[in-house]
Ligand binder design. Structure first.
Ligand code: 4GN
Length: 237
């Protein structure tokens, strides 16, 4: 998976994505992450990339030209098959979720466009964007953090990025359920004991306990998800 991020703050995204699991996957060659500085492509002699909105209104807009030329530069370096998907991160997009992360992980190349100021000239969005995606119903100062969130979620779905043990984590019967509680050493901490069943070595009982806890927790914290879980059980009968 090759990520290409069009941004005015390349160091922000690169610094945020070079640590831990994602950083190691880059070293292993499973992922590549490049940040393209949109400002490098402006034809303005003062390196300007923004201007006032026609019709008036607050703030500035990112202009079409530097974004489009940065996009053309990326596309020219991608092996020519189909047009790569271009994700514009915006509060006006469909809300990102795990299934989207899984399906985007099958792409060879993904281009992310990160906006700033009050937005981006609509005409360049019309020409290059294939997917409008949001990470939730709130507004941030720039698209970099949402892009990083999505890239992290997509990357962990790329085969080999997580250890084999971890990689089944979002599969099968765990669908629509929250994770069960987990415990590590010591066996007692602040007068709280680790649940007895987890020390029993009885794998069937442990699985049963974990499923019960997952269900309990989902019902309590995410009634909306619990409803989906209940419906999927009904369908499988
Ligand atoms: C995306 C972008 C929130 C999201 C953003 C989101 C930058 N805020 N919910 N802010 O995924 C104007 C130009 C706001 C770009 C945009």
């Amino acid at each position: 998976m090759n990520f290409h991020i069009l941004t005015l703050f390349p160091e922000m995204v690169l610094n945020g994505l070079n640590t831990s699991i994602i950083g190691r996957a880059c070293e292993k060659g499973l992922l590549s992450i490049e940040a393209i500085n949109i400002r490098d492509f402006t034809k303005d002699k003062h390196k300007k990339v923004d201007d006032y909105p026609y019709g008036g209104g607050a703030g500035m807009l990112m202009q079409a030209q530097p974004i489009y030329d940065a996009y053309l530069d990326v596309v020219s370096r991608i092996p020519t098959r189909q047009r790569p998907r271009v994700i514009y991160v915006t509060p006006q997009g469909s809300v990102f979720h795990q299934d989207m992360a899984k399906s985007l992980a099958n792409e060879q190349d993904l281009i992310f466009l990160c906006g700033h100021y009050e937005g981006v000239d609509e005409r360049v969005l019309e020409e290059i964007v294939t997917d409008y995606v949001s990470i939730g119903d709130y507004v941030l100062t720039g698209g970099e953090l949402p892009a990083m969130v999505m890239i992290d979620a997509i990357s962990r779905m790329v085969p080999g990025v997580l250890s084999n043990e971890d990689s089944g984590e979002t599969e099968s019967f765990h669908d629509h359920l929250l994770e069960y509680p987990q415990y590590s050493r010591p066996e007692e901490w602040h007068e709280k004991k680790v649940p007895e069943v987890l020390l029993s070595g009885h794998h069937a009982n442990i699985e049963k306990w974990r499923l019960e806890k997952s269900i309990e927790r989902t019902k309590e914290r995410r009634p909306d998800l619990y409803e989906k879980y209940r419906k999927s059980l009904e369908e499988n009968q």
